[in-house]
Design a protein around this ligand. Structure first.
Ligand code: G3P
Length: 221
């Protein structure tokens, strides 16, 4: 399973990319709205693309297929490597099919059920984003839904990639990997939390203390 960062914050993205374990970025209108309102969205997205140098999903905000396609045209003028993120609604599927027919990659987002995921992949989605945290928020097991989707992909041989999104904590990330998701897109905080373990901290402190003792002993010889 690959790791993407789910963010529009350039500092967070830079920090995560420097870790060497991130191969893409997903954004959405809510994440974009958290950034400095004086910045041009196009500049934010281009800076993100320059920083990650890999997958960048940019979401459209139109609710009609024609509007989505116009927005996609504009985004692709910014950088042709963009993946166009499209909401899982009927109009979104129409736009997804048109873009897929032109070999433009799409990421169908706001997917909460296997039936939605099946429709998205048949409309030509390159990526299907299943939201974990928001399912758990309404007392539906996100791990069960994601496992179902991944099993269906296995049985059917669907080629689109499954993104586990709306990840809130490291356990979601592990569940996503166990389910068989291709990618987990993780917010900065959850990614940083996932790097830590108290035994790692304690172990490193002990190694450094022992090394210092050894140096001190050697200096007395
Ligand atoms: O990738 C989708 C994600 O940004 C939604 O996360 O935490 O708002 O449900 P959340």
């Amino acid at each position: 399973m690959e790791l993407y960062i789910d963010s529009a914050n350039l500092l967070h993205i830079k920090e995560c990319v420097d870790l060497g374990c991130i191969s893409g970025v997903t954004t959405n209108p809510s994440l974009m709205a958290k950034e400095d309102a004086s910045l041009d969205p196009k500049e934010i997205i281009l800076d993100i693309f320059k920083t990650v140098g890999g997958h960048v999903s940019v979401e459209v905000i139109s609710t009609k297929a024609d509007g989505m396609l116009r927005e996609a045209d504009e985004i692709l003028k910014w950088f042709p490597e963009a993946t166009i993120k499209i909401p899982m609604i009927a109009e979104g599927l129409k736009a997804c099919r048109k873009l897929a027919d032109q070999e433009i990659p799409t990421n169908v987002t706001l997917v909460f059920s296997p039936a939605q995921a099946i429709a998205a992949t048949n409309a030509g989605a390159a990526y299907v984003s299943v939201f974990m945290g928001r399912l758990d928020d309404v007392a539906i097991s996100s791990e069960e839904v994601l496992t179902d989707v991944c099993q269906i992909w296995e049985v059917q041989g669907y080629e689109s990639l499954i993104i586990a999104a709306s990840i809130r904590h490291p356990i979601h990330l592990v569940e996503a990997a166990r389910s068989g998701a291709d990618i987990a897109t993780v917010p900065y905080k959850a990614l940083m939390q996932s790097l830590n373990h108290p035994l790692t901290g304690q172990g490193l402190a002990a190694f450094l203390a022992d090394h210092a003792k050894m140096l001190e002993a050697a200096s007395k010889i």
